[in-house]
Design a protein around this ligand. Structure first.
Ligand code: BG6
Length: 486
């Protein structure tokens, strides 16, 4: 297929990971414990109930706090990106990456989150990572908060529900923006900000057995994140006018289960709730639908005078989002069977196959998502997560023929090309989990997204050696031809 004219020059091809799933080194160089360090690996799991695995109770957190080793807590050891970043970045350079999306571990910089001074060793580590990327001409795309925060802020402040956390985050953001000015051009404030509603511990540091009004607490938490994000955006522009700041949404596109008007309305409503977050961060205000939704669900948001102004003034430059799967909504969901999904399960769509983890495979949905977001906002869009979680089976010689992953990427990238032809301004594409990492939802290692294999099993055994899968060479060629050869 020749489509060299489809992807614009300067299209940001790359890959993505997150600190809590890759770095390890949970207690190295003064790092404090984080919310993700509290999530144990459980061998028995229900893939339609991810929340119970991602969100530990107070009791489990107390047990985890007393557990002074990484064993049994995969996000504490990750894949040792902390120690092996040079080797890994060399592989990204070999892939021809234009950009690499990563996150900074907040508790590496402010171990408890509320110190006045940052931890110099933590700052130095990211200096080295950015310098290494720079050596190969790879532009860092950096998320300030990706599913982790200092556990102290969750335990002592109640997480993002507490307005005081805004100031602590802004101090953290200003520290990063100042230190890395000139080194980092693209910043994202919060990964999948809507996760704070769907999975409030992971997204917002809320310990749910302490919350008597969970939905209200979650919306209060995300409101504080909106303000923090806007203030960080303001600071970014003041510190370095060349930076570009984006929001990040887990795009949960919903289809109606049938063409009945009631089902269509149910799907529209789910889409409105999903896009509420981008409405705030891009348009600068809550959408009209929020008023009735909050009233009917007893969500009494506490807003301070000046909040609306802050949101209106400091909107983002671009929208980044993850897309893995599509969902289905119905007026009466009880009539349907369910399947797994990114962050929550959904009605099974009879038109779509599913992955080994039950997520619908729907490349066309990515084009739909791109088109509907661009119609709504007309700001540049960046797909910063998309990929296939699958079990890989190394051959006797160690090679991995992951044609299923190539197929997944090829189909999704094709749809991005179609969206570009539809007139959508797409900045780039970073494949999720370019190197195998610990799964966010299940803490498994065997749910692999990488084009680079990491020899490590679910219990943490293995050499940690890296090797190239078949998809590695395939993607390298996609990048070299700017998407002309898929
Ligand atoms: C996204 C997260 O929701 O999905 C990532 O931003 C995560 O952190 C990715 O890894 C895939 O989910 P999982 O649970 O399969 O790792």
């Amino acid at each position: 297929m020749t489509n060299e004219t489809i992807f614009p020059a300067g299209f940001l091809w790359g890959g993505a990971i997150a600190a809590s799933q890759a770095e390890g080194g949970y207690d190295a160089d003064g790092r404090g414990l984080s919310t993700s360090d509290m999530v144990p690996y459980v061998n028995k799991r229900d893939y339609t109930d991810l929340s119970s695995q991602m969100s530990p109770s107070s009791e489990k957190i107390a047990r985890a706090m007393a557990h002074a080793s990484a064993k049994g807590y995969p996000k504490r050891y990750g894949i040792d990106f902390y120690g092996r970043y040079k080797e890994d970045i060399a592989l990204f350079a070999e892939l021809g990456f234009k950009t690499f999306r990563m996150s900074i571990s907040w508790s590496r910089i402010f171990p408890n989150g509320d110190e006045m001074q940052p931890n110099e060793a933590g700052l130095r580590y990211y200096d080295s990572v950015f310098d290494e990327l720079n050596k190969y001409g790879i532009e860092p795309l950096v998320t300030m908060s990706h599913y982790d925060m200092p556990i102290h802020l969750a335990l002592e402040y109640g997480g993002w529900k507490n307005r005081k956390v805004i100031d602590l985050f802004v101090r953290y953001a200003e520290t990063l923006l100042t230190r890395y000015a000139g080194k980092v051009k693209y910043w994202l404030t919060f990964n999948e900000i809507n996760t704070t509603i769907i999975e409030p511990y992971t997204g917002g540091g809320l310990i749910m057995d302490r919350e008597s009004r969970p939905r209200e607490a979650s919306y209060q938490a995300v409101h504080h994140q909106f303000i923090a994000s806007a203030l960080a955006t303001k600071a970014a522009r003041a510190i370095d006018p060349n930076v570009r700041v984006g929001c990040m949404l887990a795009r949960m596109i919903h289809y109606p289960a049938t063409s009945s008007p009631e089902d269509v309305l149910a799907a529209q409503f789910e889409n409105q709730l999903n896009l509420l977050h981008t409405d705030v961060q891009v348009r600068g205000a809550y959408p009209p639908i929020a008023k009735r939704y909050f009233a009917e669900n007893n969500i009494n948001l506490v807003m301070e005078r000046g909040d609306e102004e802050i949101l209106r003034q400091h909107t983002v430059d671009f929208i980044s989002f993850s897309y893995y799967t599509s969902l289905v909504a119905a007026a009466d969901p009880s009539r349907y069977g369910v399947t797994g999904g990114n962050l929550y399960s959904t009605i099974k769509n009879p038109n779509l196959p599913v992955t080994q983890w039950g997520w619908h495979l729907d490349p066309v949905g990515l084009r739909t998502a791109l088109k509907d977001m661009y119609d709504r906002y007309q700001v540049p869009l960046f797909i910063v997560e998309n990929g296939l979680g699958a079990k890989d089976h190394p051959e006797a010689d160690g090679s991995i023929h992951d044609d299923y992953r190539i197929d997944y990427m090829r189909q999704h990238i094709r749809q991005i090309g179609e969206a570009v032809l539809d007139g959508v301004d797409v900045m780039g594409y970073t494949v999720w989990g370019v190197i195998d990492i610990v799964s966010a939802s299940t803490s498994e290692m065997s749910k692999r997204y990488g084009l680079i294999y990491v020899d490590q099993d679910d219990e943490g055994g293995g050499t940690l050696n890296r090797s190239r899968k078949k998809s590695f060479d395939w993607y390298k060629n996609v990048i070299a031809t700017n998407g002309a050869e898929l």
